[in-house]
Design a protein around this ligand. Structure first.
Ligand code: SF4
Ligand code: SF4
Length: 363
């Protein structure tokens, strides 16, 4: 039996700005969308489901993740219903919906979110004080500012915590989409599909490239590449600290990779901050407070990382100390909030594309 939630559209309003009740179902948005296909037709299908209050149909759909919010449907909608805005709101709704223990609720409700960020900041600051104590700034050397061993153990704990949450949430999404029962009679090549999605959609963002606004595509591509480079550089340095703590010479390689990757990532974050601040285009017309928190944290993490690389060679020990503390605090907040905020799109979008690719390859 199909259940109808008449209050669903009202619930959705807290996740975005749109006027979907104005829609008269002309289908123009689906016709103009460069990403909508016969097999995966959106956004009209999602619009109908939202208007009719078919909450379960929305929960079980991966369509919101197939949209890159190019805004072409919004710009050409004859009723100004903002279908692109609705798709964005649905993604925020699903991030909250798929979060373990509904933790996402705390980040998406503005009132609660203020306290969540405050608590995370206090925990981070307390952790930094606990690890370091009260150093005499004039005597310490830059590399002995923090107990690196303790930091690395904290990093490993955070990593394990993230893995558990990430796989739990992907499982929740998988269960919600009922994907298994749809395709249980057919065979599929999981690895081939996984690597196809990884190369085409993660490394080269092929679907995103179909959107008309190429500057947004390039900024996003640079951000993704920069982010991957920074991730590899950070993990490599952490591994070296553990397994080869005296290998100062070869550490230069991941450090250079970090510096090279930081530049495109910084450009990407700055680009998105500027177009959001200027409300440039339908994509940036409305920004949820969670969008701002995510992009700000990424920007601050990269910027403080850069500053550390420069300060490392200076004698400004106090400045280095506080920059390091700030960097750790920002990275801590970013990591802990990752599965419950906009950051989680790097998880759900590839997974949705993987499921769609698998489904299509079996037809
Ligand atoms: S959202 Fe706009 S373009 Fe899409 S079906 Fe409704 S009225 Fe037509
Ligand atoms: S915002 Fe772009 S990708 Fe998303 S539904 Fe509209 S036209 Fe398609």
């Amino acid at each position: 039996m199909v259940r109808i939630n008449s209050a669903f559209i009202e619930k959705l309003r807290s996740y975005g700005s749109f006027d979907i009740n104005a829609c008269y179902n002309c289908g123009n948005c689906t016709a103009i969308c460069p990403l909508s296909t016969e097999n995966n037709s959106f956004p009209r299908r999602m619009i109908r489901a939202a208007i009719l209050g078919l909450e379960e149909r929305i929960d079980s759909s991966v369509d919101p993740w197939l949209c890159y919010y190019c805004g072409e449907c919004t710009d050409t909608c004859p009723r100004d219903a903002d279908p692109g805005g609705l798709m964005m709101a649905l993604r925020r709704y699903q991030i909250r919906k798929f979060s373990v223990g509904k933790i996402g609720d705390f980040f998406y409700k503005s009132f609660h979110s203020f306290f969540v960020w405050l608590i995370l900041t206090l925990i981070g600051v307390a952790g930094i004080f606990y690890f370091k104590g009260n150093p005499d700034m004039e005597e310490i050397k830059p590399l002995s500012l923090f107990s690196l061993d303790l930091l690395h153990y904290a990093g490993i704990i955070a990593f394990v915590f993230l893995l558990v949450i990430v796989f739990s949430q992907l499982y929740i999404m998988l269960k919600s989409t009922n994907f298994k029962s749809e395709s249980s009679n057919k065979s599929g090549n999981y690895f081939k599909t996984f690597f196809t999605v990884l190369f085409r959609e993660v490394f080269f963002q092929e679907r995103f490239e179909k959107c008309e606004d190429k500057s947004r595509y390039f900024a996003h591509l640079l951000l993704v590449w920069g982010f991957i480079g920074l991730f590899i550089a950070t993990i490599t340095i952490m591994m070296m600290d553990f397994f080869a703590p005296h290998s100062e010479g070869i550490r230069i390689i991941p450090k250079i990779l970090g510096l090279i990757s930081g530049l495109p990532a910084l450009y990407g974050t700055l680009y998105f901050m500027i177009i959001r601040a200027k409300k440039k285009g339908s994509y940036a017309k409305f920004s949820h407070h969670t969008d701002w928190m995510f992009i700000l944290l990424v920007f601050l993490a990269i910027l403080s990382g850069f500053a550390l690389d420069i300060l490392r060679w200076s004698s400004l020990f106090k400045v280095y100390y506080f920059t390091f503390a700030f960097h750790i605090l920002v990275v801590f907040e970013l990591i802990v909030s990752f599965p419950f905020t906009k950051f989680a799109h790097i998880l759900y979008r590839p997974f949705a594309l993987f499921l769609v690719e698998l489904r299509n390859s079996r037809k």
